[in-house]
Design a protein around this ligand. Sequence first.
Ligand code: CP
Length: 305
Amino acid sequence: MDFKGKSIISIRDLSRKQILRILEVAGALEQNPKPELLKGRVMATLFFEPSTRTRLSFESAMERLGGKVIGFADANISSTRKGESLRDTVKTVENYSDVIAMRHPLEGTARLASESVSIPVLNGGDGANQHPTQTLLDLYTIMKTQGKLDRLKVAMVGDLKYGRTVHSLAIALTLFGCQMYFVAPDSLKMPPYITEELKEKGIRYSEHGEIEEVIDKVNILYMTRIQKERFPDPSEYEKVKNVYVLKKDMLTNAKGNLRILHPLPRVNEIATEVDNTPYAVYFEQARNGIFVRQALLALVLGAVK
Ligand code: CP
């Protein structure tokens, strides 16, 4: 299995076997840090949209493997501001770096970037489309907390229309025969292009309006933020912004092995009183981003096979 030179744009770019290999390398790097593995290599982080976890964990991952980081966290300080196209930006940046990690508000831009350069591009989120590296760290977290990925019951709650993390995760979980429960208001349901794919693959899923309908059935409760920035009409956001708030007393009948994940940032969809329960693993999940992104960088740069 050779990842060298490979871009990761969609979770669909990876087979089950490749995903398990990435998680295996992540586990090895967590257990046995390699501070010189990527010495002499340079990663460019090109973030055209705000980020805390994705950008900083990519940068931390690279630095902790001995590599260097260049880039920008705000397109307004790049030549995009002067009208430069994304294609010209990445074709320039490939001269300065060995790998690009990028985020952009427009769907399809990471693919466009990967087709414009000859170095690997890692998609850190393109609009409401895909966030494959988040999905890999979600899977790593699920594996660590459940001891397996196969045939779990996974609920996804919140903004399933605009939330790119749930789009990538739902597709990934089809490779592991998981049963999915989608909890969303009517206006934010999982898009038909995802549910049609689940039907074609014979994956069991159901749609719900309330968290209480699923909380006692599932192993994983994947909460998401309502994606305010993607609503064309702000008044539509106002109608749904507080639709789900997970509180401690809602967990009374939860399975003992229930774990609550959230890609973060959180607004108010999980009350802070939940943070200290044994169910909450979202900060551990954010930490796991380091190991998974280290694994991806090491694999696509050919430092690990
Ligand atoms: N989970 C995630 O993508 O977080 P950031 O937006 O902070 O990168």
